[in-house]
Design a binder for this molecule. Structure first.
Ligand SMILES: Nc1ncnc2c1ncn2[C@@H]1O[C@H](COP(=O)(O)OP(=O)(O)OP(=O)(O)O)[C@@H](O)[C@H]1O
Ligand SMILES: [Mg+2]
Length: 456
C-alpha cells in the first residue's frame, strides 16, 4: 500500500512540484489549494502525512496545523516555510508539526523529510500495536510465541475456552500458567463475568475452606461475620485455583464435590448454594507423583485432568526467545521512547542460558537490563542471570572478573533500592544504610537516574 500524502499550497506550481516529486517516490498524493479543500479531503480519506505551506490566504498555516493536530493528533504534519521565518516555524512545531522544510528545497530534501516523518509515525504505531497486543483484552492475552509448541498450546486454549469444563494447566514456574488461565476466561462466554484467583498455598484447611466456600458468623474462631467465599465471588465467571497441588488434603473431597455438583456449602451453613462457576486449576507440581505419595486425592486428580494443558519450558522453545525479548523490551521502553535493541552477542548469551525461571526470568533479566544499560543496544554484560543458573561468573583476569562482578552487584543493588523507593534517593539511601551523598555519587558513577525508577 502506497502511503497517502495530502499536499496543501495556494500556489499551483508548488502543488505540482510536490505532486510530481512525491508520486515519483511512490507516494499517493492529493493536492489542496487551501484549508477548506484540505479539510474536505480529510473527511473523505485517510492520510498518512500532511505537507502544508505556512503562508496562505484564508486560514493560515499555523491555524491549520493547530486544527489538524486537534482533530487528528497522530497524523504527522510537515510545514513548508518560505522565508526563514523562524518564529512561525517554532510556533507550528510547538503546535505539533513533525518537521519543516525551508524553501527552496531540492527533491532530496523533500524526500528525506517525508521519509523521516512517515518512519517516525510507523515506529510509534508499531510500538503501540505491540503494547496493546501485550496488555490488551484482545489478541493472545499476552501469551506470545510462534514455536510449534506454543501454537499448539494457543490452539488448545482456544478450543477448550468456550466449554464449562474444568481445565488443569501444568508447567514449570514462570511458563505462563496464569496468562493461559486468563486467556481461557477471556475467550469464553464468561469473559464479562469475574475472574477470581485463589492461591491455594499455605492456608490451613479451615481457613482455606472458609476462603473458598464462605462461612457463617461464628463458624470458626475469628469468623466475626458472615463472609462469602471466592466461589460465590466468581459467580458467572471463572475461578482460577492456582497451585492446586497445595490444597489441603482434608479439603480436597469438598472441592471435588463442588466441581461435580456445582454447589458449595459455606462453613457453618446447612444448605448448599448453587454456583455457576468455571474452574481452571494450575500447578507446577507433578500431581501424579503427589497422588502416589498420598498427598493428593486420586479422584480429584482424575476430575481435574480431563482437559490438561501443558505449558512447555522456555528452554524447549528457544525459537520464541527473540520475539519474547523484543516484546518485553518494547514494554519496558520509556514512554514515547525507543525500545532497546539486542546485540548479536547478547542474543547468543540469552540463547545459551538454561532459563530455570522460564519466561518470568527472561522478563526480569530484560527489565533490569533495559533500565540499567546506557546504550541503545544491550550487551551480554547487561544481563544478570539468577545465581542458581550456574555458569554465571564473568571471564577475564581475576582482577577484571572481580571488578565486573562488583560493578554488576553495585548497579543491581542501587537499582533495586531505587525501584523499591519509587525513585526517592533519600529513602533508598536510608534503607540501604548509606549516606545520601554517597548513594548519589554511586548512582552517578553507574549512570542511574532517579527519574527512571518513578512509577510509570
Ligand atoms: N508466552 C508468554 N508470552 C509472554 N509473556 C509470558 C509468556 N509466558 C509467561 N509470560 C510472562 O511471564 C511472567 C510469568 O507468567 P505467569 O505468572 O503466567 O507464570 P506461571 O506459570 O503462573 O508461574 P508460577 O508457576 O511461578 O506462578 C508474567 O510476567 C507473564 O506475563
Ligand atoms: Mg502463577
Amino acid at each position: 500500500m502506497k502511503p497517502k500524502i495530502l499536499a496543501i499550497d495556494d500556489e499551483e506550481g508548488m502543488r505540482e512540484l510536490l505532486r510530481a516529486n512525491l508520486t515519483r517516490k511512490g507516494y499517493q498524493v492529493t493536492a489542496a489549494k487551501d484549508a477548506e479543500e484540505a479539510f474536505a479531503s480529510l473527511q473523505s480519506q485517510l492520510f498518512d502525512l500532511v505537507i502544508t505551506d505556512l503562508r496562505m490566504p484564508g486560514l493560515s498555516g499555523e491555524a491549520l496545523v493547530q486544527k489538524l493536530k486537534k482533530e487528528n493528533p497522530s497524523l504527522p504534519v510537515v510545514v513548508i516555510s518560505a522565508f526563514g521565518s523562524t518564529k512561525s516555524v517554532v510556533d507550528v512545531i510547538k503546535n505539533g508539526a513533525e518537521d519543516y522544510l525551508p524553501k527552496p528545497f531540492t527533491p532530496e530534501d523533500l524526500e528525506v523529510v517525508v521519509y523521516k516523518a512517515l518512519e517516525k509515525r510507523r515506529l510509534l504505531e508499531e510500538n503501540e500495536r505491540l503494547r496493546r497486543e501485550l496488555s490488551g483484552p484482545s489478541g493472545t492475552q499476552g501469551l506470545q510465541g510462534r514455536s510449534k509448541a506454543m501454537r499448539d498450546v494457543l490452539g488448545l486454549l482456544e478450543r477448550l475456552a468456550p466449554s464449562d469444563a474444568t481445565v488443569l494447566i501444568t508447567g514449570e514456574s514462570g511458563t505462563g500458567k496464569e496468562l493461559a488461565a486468563r486467556a481461557i476466561h477471556q475467550w469464553s462466554p464468561r469473559a464479562k463475568g469475574p475472574f477470581v484467583e485463589v492461591n491455594s498455598g499455605s492456608l490451613p484447611a479451615t481457613l482455606f475452606e472458609a476462603e473458598l466456600f464462605g462461612a457463617r458468623k461464628g463458624a470458626y474462631t475469628g469468623a466475626n461475620e458472615d463472609r462469602p467465599g471466592l466461589f460465590q465471588a466468581a459467580q458467572g465467571g471463572t475461578l482460577f485455583l492456582d497451585e492446586v497441588g497445595e490444597v489441603p488434603l482434608e479439603s480436597q473431597a469438598k472441592l471435588l464435590r463442588a466441581l461435580e455438583t456445582h454447589e458449595v456449602k459455606p462453613l457453618g451453613e446447612t444448605r448448599n448454594q448453587k454456583v455457576d462457576v468455571r474452574v481452571v486449576a494450575a500447578t507446577n507440581q507433578d500431581l501424579q507423583k503427589l497422588v502416589e505419595a498420598g498427598k493428593f486425592r486420586k479422584d480429584l486428580f482424575f476430575r481435574l485432568s480431563v482437559l490438561p494443558v501443558i505449558l512447555p519450558p522456555l528452554r524447549e522453545r528457544l525459537e520464541d526467545l527473540p520475539l519474547l525479548s523484543q516484546s518485553f523490551l518494547i514494554r519496558f521502553a520509556p514512554k514515547g521512547g525507543q525500545p532497546k535493541k539486542i546485540s548479536q552477542e547478547a542474543l547468543k548469551a540469552l540463547l545459551s542460558h538454561s532459563w530455570p525461571g522460564n519466561v518470568r526470568e527472561l522478563r526480569n533479566v530484560l527489565e533490569r537490563a533495559a533500565l540499567l544499560s546506557r546504550d541503545e543496544e544491550l550487551q551480554p554484560e547487561d544481563f544478570l542471570f539468577a545465581p542458581t543458573a550456574g555458569g554465571g561468573l564473568p571471564g577475564g583476569t581475576y582482577h577484571d572478573a572481580k571488578h565486573s562482578l562488583l560493578e554488576a552487584f553495585e548497579r543491581q543493588y542501587l537499582a533495586d533500592a531505587l525501584r523499591a523507593s519509587g525513585g526517592n534517593v533519600s529513602k533508598a539511601a536510608q534503607n540501604s544504610g548509606l549516606a545520601r551523598e554517597q548513594f548519589h555519587r554511586m548512582m552517578e558513577k553507574m549512570g542511574l537516574k532517579s527519574a527512571d525508577f518513578r512509577k510509570r
